[in-house]
Design a protein around this ligand. Structure first.
Ligand code: APR
Ligand code: PHB
Length: 411
């Protein structure tokens, strides 16, 4: 097999890249080790920055997002039983975010790729990237029980944190920056209406809680069921738990009670409960692999960097990386100049490190580490007081949360 761009991984990074290249008339092949159902079912993030939503629209992949997604103009910070709304448009000159699950972004991009794009091979596991430092890199992969080789002009590793692409960069040429956290998130999906119209980030002595949501699922009532509800609401909720927690150690009642306690307020707010349909524990890590390029091999998304989910940056960084690569390759194909490809790693890392900074800040601001001292508790409250009382501090949060325009970060 032969293609211009070999893409490893059909998560948001690989799928969006394939779409951007297709629209520019550049052929690619996507190799995905899992099956379609797994990729479309995998619960991950749910917040799209303004820039990500704009890229999806420009790529012709935003129609269902605009129809079913929820535009959010703010979030609520909650601490000491107090509530404070951060008003995104007022602080950023009009920017907002879109609540639209990563699963739905992947479904939309898979449908487009299968209908209009180049080959998207599921259950095709990349075994190794070879010749990355030559003009003819190739991907050895296994598909339908047979080993094969995909000859490429460029390879983009969109294969996530556990992928193989990164291994093709010699260790002597790389630097890894990493921090792990002594806690993770117990994430649940519940058939319950949101308890607040926007996301709630709660700092509490018992630990962090996040109240998020998914757009309501439209039911198609039959004529006989005219009196039944036409929409099913879904809440996406998270609790900070100690590292290594077994989700089965938390029954539904314990989860709801703990969420209620950590989100307590002085007013009459209350938590909407309902049947929990999914329960998972996710560890937390900050990770950056530099450089994000070696010869004709480029890394994008979780293959190159990981952020703690507190700042909702993972999916948005992946989108920014592949938009940067697509723009650079299109420039090279049209002008013959490799300048943007040569600047790929540096361009992405400027934005990556700003997202790492913001994600670390939000995580240490809102989570109470095991063994936290009273000094650290007071420091968290002082940091929160600063944000809710200073337009400058609040603006920093709003700008980072809604995202820096692609190609410009932290300027
Ligand atoms: N061969 C082929 N496919 C592979 C291989 C391999 N050797 N290894 C991993 N993959 C696939 C995985 O099955 C997955 O579908 O690569 C894909 C990587 O997707 P993600 O992990 O979602 O990474 P990315 O596309 O960068 O998106 C980042 O996803 O993990 C979340 O929080 C993260 O929201 C962020 C987003
Ligand atoms: C989600 O809805 O899954 C979500 C929202 C905000 C975050 C993390 C996850 O910071």
């Amino acid at each position: 097999m032969r293609t211009t761009v070999g893409i490893i991984g059909a998560g948001p990074a690989g799928l969006l890249l394939a779409r951007l290249l297709h629209n520019a008339g550049i052929d690619s092949v996507v190799l995905e080790s899992r099956d379609r159902a797994y990729v479309e079912r995998r619960q991950r993030a749910g917040i799209l920055e303004q820039g990500t939503a704009d890229v999806l629209r420009a790529a012709g992949a935003g129609e269902r997002m605009d129809r079913e997604g929820l535009r959010h103009d703010g979030i609520e910070l909650r601490f000491d039983r107090r509530r404070h709304r951060v008003d995104f448009p007022a602080l950023t000159g009009g920017r907002s975010v879109m609540v639209y699950a990563q699963t739905e972004v992947c479904k939309d991009l898979i449908a487009l790729q299968l209908r209009e794009g180049g080959p998207l091979l599921f259950e095709a596991e990349a075994l190794a990237v070879e010749g990355a430092d030559t003009d003819a890199p190739r991907i050895r992969f296994r598909h339908e029980g047979r080993e094969d080789v995909l000859e490429c002009s460029y390879v983009v590793g969109c294969d996530g944190f556990w992928g193989v692409a990164r291994k093709a960069i010699p260790a002597r040429l790389t630097q890894v920056f990493e921090r792990t956290y002594p806690f993770g998130w117990l994430g649940i999906l519940a058939d319950a209406p949101p308890s607040h119209e926007e996301l709630v980030y709660a700092r509490h002595d018992r630990g962090f809680a996040l109240l998020s949501m998914r757009p309501p699922v439209t039911l198609h009532p039959s004529k006989e069921a005219a009196s039944l509800p036409t929409e099913a609401f879904v809440s996406r909720l998270y609790l900070q738990v100690p590292d290594g927690t077994d989700p089965e150690a938390w029954d539904d009642e314990r989860i709801w009670d703990e969420l209620e306690r950590r989100c307590e307020t002085d007013d009459d707010w209350h938590l909407q409960r309902g049947p929990i349909t999914q329960k998972t524990v996710t560890p937390m890590r900050s990770y950056v692999h530099e450089p994000m390029r070696h010869g004709r091999l480029f890394l994008a998304g979780d293959a190159a960097h990981i952020v703690p989910p507190t700042g909702a940056k993972g999916l948005n960084l992946a989108a920014g990386d592949v938009a940067t690569f697509a723009r650079a390759l299109i420039h090279q194909q049209r002008t013959g100049s490799p300048e943007l490809l040569d600047a790929y790693s540096q361009t992405c890392l400027r934005r990556v490190w700003q997202a790492e900074r913001f994600s670390y800040d939000m995580t240490t601001l809102l989570h109470r580490a095991p063994g936290a001292t009273t000094f650290e508790d007071r420091l968290q409250i002082a940091r929160l007081e600063r944000i809710v009382s200073s337009r400058a501090a609040e603006t920093d949060l709003a700008e980072a949360y809604t995202g820096f325009p692609f190609g410009r970060a932290g300027e």
